[in-house]
Design a binder for this molecule. Structure first.
Ligand SMILES: [Zn+2]
Length: 200
């Protein structure tokens, strides 16, 4: 009779019960001592996702929770390795390197645009058909033309955020409620921005 994969594994590798116990203990020890993201989630519990490498010693934050200056520092350290890996002879490393470069540079582009919200640039490049759908979405959500709250058109920074929200919403990657929250956040940002620069 053919053995199941577990029976075969048992026969070949688990020579004794002691072996199995040691193996399980090592696994548990690894789980216990692997650093986990220490950020507290909105639900009030510890995040516990795997942290990004290159954080400061003793600081463990995942890709979602590493933000602001902490993330800038991590990205600076990651970038050199990402460039090296992006041309590596190892296909897996090459993919990881190229992906990391794209993430690091996209984040820098967003940050720079936020610092100069009127810069005439687009981060998100869309086909003409997608751009048309996005334009309708912006109009449906009151983000084209002047905002009632500020009396001005939204800045390019907010427009990029809105275009991004539109793509996510149209492709149903976020719910209508999540899209509405993003629109509210964009409008609040605009009000605060124009208040700060003294234009509203
Ligand atoms: Zn986290």
């Amino acid at each position: 009779m053919a053995l199941t994969v577990f029976e075969r594994l048992g026969r070949d590798y688990c020579t004794s019960k002691e072996h199995l116990t040691r193996w399980r203990d090592a696994l548990n020890e690894g789980r216990r001592t692997t650093p986990r993201c220490t950020a507290i989630t909105r639900m009030g519990s510890q995040c516990r996702m795997l942290p990004l490498r290159d954080g400061r010693p003793g600081v463990h934050l995942c890709w979602h929770h590493a933000r602001g200056a902490a993330r800038d520092e991590i990205d600076r350290k990651r970038e050199a390795r990402a460039i090296r890996w992006s041309v590596s002879g190892n296909a897996r490393k090459r993919e990881q390197g190229i992906t990391a470069l794209a993430v690091i540079h996209r984040r820098r582009a967003w940050k720079a645009l936020k610092a100069d919200p009127s810069a005439a640039v687009q981060i998100l490049l869309l086909s003409d058909a997608d751009e048309r759908n996005v334009t309708y979405w912006l109009r449906d959500h009151g983000l084209d033309g002047a905002l009632t709250e500020t009396g001005r058109p939204i800045t390019n920074y907010s427009r990029e955020r809105a275009r991004y929200a539109a793509v996510m919403s149209i492709s149903e990657r976020i719910t209508a409620e999540a899209a509405r929250r993003r629109v509210v956040s964009i409008v609040q940002w605009e009000v605060a921005y124009w208040h700060k620069v003294g234009g509203a």
